[in-house]
Design a protein around this ligand. Structure first.
Ligand SMILES: Nc1nc2c(ncn2[C@@H]2O[C@H](COP(=O)(O)OP(=O)(O)OP(=O)(O)O)[C@@H](O)[C@H]2O)c(=O)[nH]1
Ligand SMILES: [Mg+2]
Length: 428
């Protein structure tokens, strides 16, 4: 299954009216509907949609049949006619029945936020791993929406590019889709195995793992590229990065770390997507240190940080040691700058500024280097000595009868991993 936005030359470019329904539930959720709609505009444009206008309805609850109120449906029809729209994109998730009812009444392609995000991911997926994960997410989204629906499967499945999972080989039946889901899960199992092996290899090499996480467009890939010259995709658009990229990097003290760039987060990230991307996001769980990159120049800074933190919790990575990077400080107003903390857990950065890059590397160096510890180890215990070399840098070494006294400057991550064996030989 592929998204076909860019290879439907016969297809006209989607021209869309965006629709947001602000219910009491939405208000309670703490998500700012105005900002959410702005983001929907950016998402739609990222997907190649021409955004014509938007409309908002405040309503206590959604309408079961139409999602928005019946009167609003007619209003939408008029606006769409007048502007020559062929698509309506809703900022909230619709049921399969609502999509069908709206499509029939309006003769527009109906898409919701989740589907739009899935569509962008489908456009972006380049690696085998990414492609499998997106397809799984799309099918998991689609499957519950097929129930009780006897006809015209193809209309429902279609994303922006009109086809999505709908028309090609998926216009068969649910059994077919279930079979495909099982197959994809099996393939993801293999991806997982492969990733685990890669990680074990990296662990053996002793390098500390550092993961860049953050809201989409915060500047994660830029930081990776600036620090390592990695050839990664940097774009002023949402979800530029889909697959994690890792590069080794040498800290000022000569120590090597592995820095990993990851997929960006967004509010209301479809749950199916998080589930499908678990294999990829596992990189975050394995990290010794998380660099949470935020776009400090955004007005929605606080909300974006909250979204990232809650997804991190969901992934089980909430408790990791973390440094917050307030990126794009060069775009901040003096008032914005003033509010940004700077201490051992918070760092202001212009990713393109060499001095700032140096500052970040030094901060990493400090963070990953513990104090010094002295061990007394029997000279005959070569096994322990080799552990010792894993947990840090031996600064001095002194013989004392049958023992050797080692002074070690600890490497934090490794000391936590391998230090326990040496605990009883600690002198101070
Ligand atoms: N002015 C300025 N622009 C920056 C800075 N860091 C990143 N950018 C720009 O911000 C945009 C997004 O950068 P990316 O590195 O692609 O962001 P990302 O976090 O990887 O985004 P996704 O992969 O979409 O999640 C690009 O246009 C960058 O050039 C910075 O410190 N200052
Ligand atoms: Mg990126």
């Amino acid at each position: 299954m592929r998204n076909t936005t860019h290879d439907t030359s016969a297809e006209e470019r989607p021209r869309a009216v965006l629709v947001s329904l602000v219910t009491d539930d939405v208000k309670r959720s703490g998500i700012d509907p105005v900002y959410s709609l702005e983001e929907l505009v950016a998402l739609a444009e990222t997907a190649g949609v021409e955004v014509l206008t938007n409309m908002v309805q405040n309503r206590e609850k959604k309408d079961t049949k139409w999602f928005i109120g019946k009167g609003k449906v007619q209003e939408l029809k008029l606006i769409a006619d007048e502007l020559g729209a062929n698509t309506a994109i809703f900022d909230q998730e619709l049921s399969g029945a609502q999509v069908r009812n709206l499509e029939e009444e309006l003769d527009l392609k109906i898409i919701d936020r989740t589907q739009l995000i899935l569509d962008i991911f489908a456009q972006r997926a380049k690696t085998r791993e990414g492609i499998i994960q997106v397809e799984l997410a799309q099918l998991s989204y689609l499957l519950p929406r097929l129930s009780g629906q006897g006809r015209n499967l193809s209309r429902l499945g279609g994303g922006i590019g009109s086809r999505g999972p709908g028309e090609s080989k998926l216009e068969t039946d649910r059994r077919h889709i279930r079979g495909r889901i099982d197959e994809l899960k099996r393939q993801i199992g293999e991806v997982e195995k492969h990733r685990t092996m890669q990680r074990q290899r990296r662990k053996k090499s002793g390098a500390v793992q550092v993961a860049l996480v953050g809201y989409t467009n915060a500047g994660k890939s830029t930081i990776l590229r600036q620090l390592t010259n990695a050839d990664v995709y940097v774009q002023n658009q949402l979800f530029a990065t889909l697959d994690p990229t890792s590069r080794t990097l040498e800290l000022p003290g000569g120590r090597e770390i592995v820095l990993t760039d990851t997929v960006g987060f967004i509010q209301n990230l479809p749950h199916n997507l998080i589930a499908a991307f678990r294999a990829t996001l596992e990189e975050v769980n394995e990290a010794d240190l998380v660099l949470h990159v935020v776009d400090a120049s955004s007005d929605m800074l606080e909300d974006q940080m909250k979204v990232v933190e809650s997804i991190m919790e969901e992934l089980g990575a909430g408790g990791k040691p973390q440094i917050r990077i307030y990126n794009k400080k060069d775009l901040c107003t003096p008032e914005q700058l003033e509010l940004l903390p700077e201490d051992e857990h918070n760092l202001r950065l212009n990713a393109y500024d060499e001095k700032d890059q140096e500052k970040l590397l030094n901060r990493l160096q400090e963070e990953l280097t513990g104090g010094t510890v002295t061990y007394r180890i029997p000279a005959a215990r070569g096994d322990l000595t080799s552990q010792l070399y894993k947990i840090g840098e031996v600064v001095t070494q002194e013989f004392d009868e049958e023992d050797v006294l080692y002074e070690v400057r600890l490497h934090k991550g490794e000391a936590e991993k391998y230090g326990h064996l040496l605990e009883e030989y600690k002198v101070r």
